[in-house]
Design a protein around this ligand. Structure first.
Ligand code: NAI
Length: 354
């Protein structure tokens, strides 16, 4: 199957997403925030967390699986710590509000650890940590996600693809922003291989026996990055973004599609560090610039044009797409311009069904 795309200007993409979410029932302010976030993700080339999610969000919003007027509140639990109660509002809006509190607390105290308790899917974590670095903080974010990954050596899914993002401010250039799932590949990449009738590499996923598979239709679980190391990181994320906040953990974490009328009760955590409390801020930012420069000067391996800093690919893509337009799969674009809110296709769906 050919992958056809439409190139869409960022402002138009924002409007299309915003209108769809409002039509589904999301209040304007929240729809604005989600739309900004999704456009950012697509502009960075993180298409797994951009406009592709709108129809699913619209269905969940329509069916009551998101609180439309969430009562948000920071419960400050110490000078630098707090739980931001999200009341199962839409993840991007809840997290953006929580981030504001985490940033303020870090500026006040030098450091903050704010857990976001109960929300729906929060999207691409780079969006949040980039904002922190733009305010001269080091930002770290982690969140829970659906249990789709086998533990190292196991054959039943237990942890989610639990992502980790990190940012650091620079002197003149945009911040360094690194953002990854702790599974080798996102589920979306398996779907992509299915749609193209392609085999997948054997280190991505396992079948129902826990055996590595190259057949995307046999996939029943994803694999952690770097074996036991990614597995350990996944647990760390679940402990910080779930257990620490008293939320469901491991295989008790809700699944994206099981019941779209139910709230998801997901957790996320923000760790913000003010470099000024440790060193001179300008000096710190210059050293990050120097680190980037030294990485750029590292001799590339055969077949590689240039060594990039972690996350640089997303930054390069962002600058290009914001200028030239963002490629969006035609099927998604058609949905966005249609009058329909959703096609009732996600609720009760088995993610692993063939
Ligand atoms: P990925 O594998 O595409 O990229 C991981 C990181 O490596 C990125 O920062 C990317 O810019 C960087 N990178 C890639 N190639 C590079 C190169 N040649 N040189 C330097 N850096 C390079 O990302 P992944 O793991 O597929 O995650 C995609 C998104 O999914 C993330 O935004 C993550 O936050 C999000 N996510 C969200 C979840 C949620 O429930 N909210 C769950 C899982 C993932």
């Amino acid at each position: 199957m050919k992958n056809e795309v439409e190139v869409v200007d960022a402002a138009r993409l924002f409007d299309l997403i915003q209108q769809k979410l409002v039509k589904a029932g999301l209040p304007n302010t929240q729809a604005n925030e989600v739309s900004k976030h999704l456009v950012f993700a697509d502009a960075c080339g993180i298409h797994s967390h951009g406009a592709v999610r709108v129809e699913y969000y619209a269905e969940r919003i329509s069916k009551g699986g998101v609180t439309l007027t969430p009562q948000l509140a920071l419960e400050q639990t110490g000078p630098a710590t707090g739980i931001f109660h999200g009341d199962n509002g839409i993840g991007q809006y809840v997290c953006d509000e929580a981030l504001k509190e985490a940033i303020k607390l870090a500026h006040d105290t030098g450091l903050s650890l704010v857990g976001v308790s109960k929300m729906s899917h929060s999207g691409a974590l780079s969006y949040y940590v980039k904002k922190a670095a733009e305010q001269d903080l080091i930002g770290i974010a982690m969140c829970q996600s659906d249990p789709m990954v086998v533990p190292f050596g196991g054959s039943d899914n237990y942890f989610g693809t639990n992502p980790i993002a990190f940012s650091a401010p620079r002197k003149e250039a945009p911040p360094v922003v690194f953002d990854m799932a702790t599974s080798v590949q996102a589920w979306g990449k398996i779907l992509d291989a299915r749609s193209k009738n392609e085999q997948i590499p054997s280190h991505w996923a396992v079948d129902d026996q826990g055996k590595a598979t190259t057949d995307p239709y046999e996939v029943k679980g994803l694999l952690p990055i770097a074996g036991p190391k990614g597995y350990g990181l996944m647990m760390m994320v679940d402990v910080l973004a779930g257990t620490l906040l008293g939320l469901p953990f491991g295989k008790q974490v809700s699944s994206m599609y099981t019941d779209l009328t139910e709230k998801r009760n997901l957790g996320q955590v923000f760790l913000m560090i003010d470099p000024k409390r440790f060193t001179d801020l300008d000096d710190f930012k210059e050293k990050i610039d120097q680190m980037v420069e030294e990485l750029h000067q590292t001799s590339p391996a055969p077949g590689v044009e240039k060594v990039l800093y972690p996350g640089e690919l997303a930054q390069i893509t962002y600058e290009k797409y914001m200028q030239q337009g963002i490629p969006i799969a035609t099927s998604i674009y058609q949905y966005l311009i249609s009058p329909d809110v959703h096609y009732d296709q996600f609720s009760g769906k088995d993610s692993f069904a063939k």
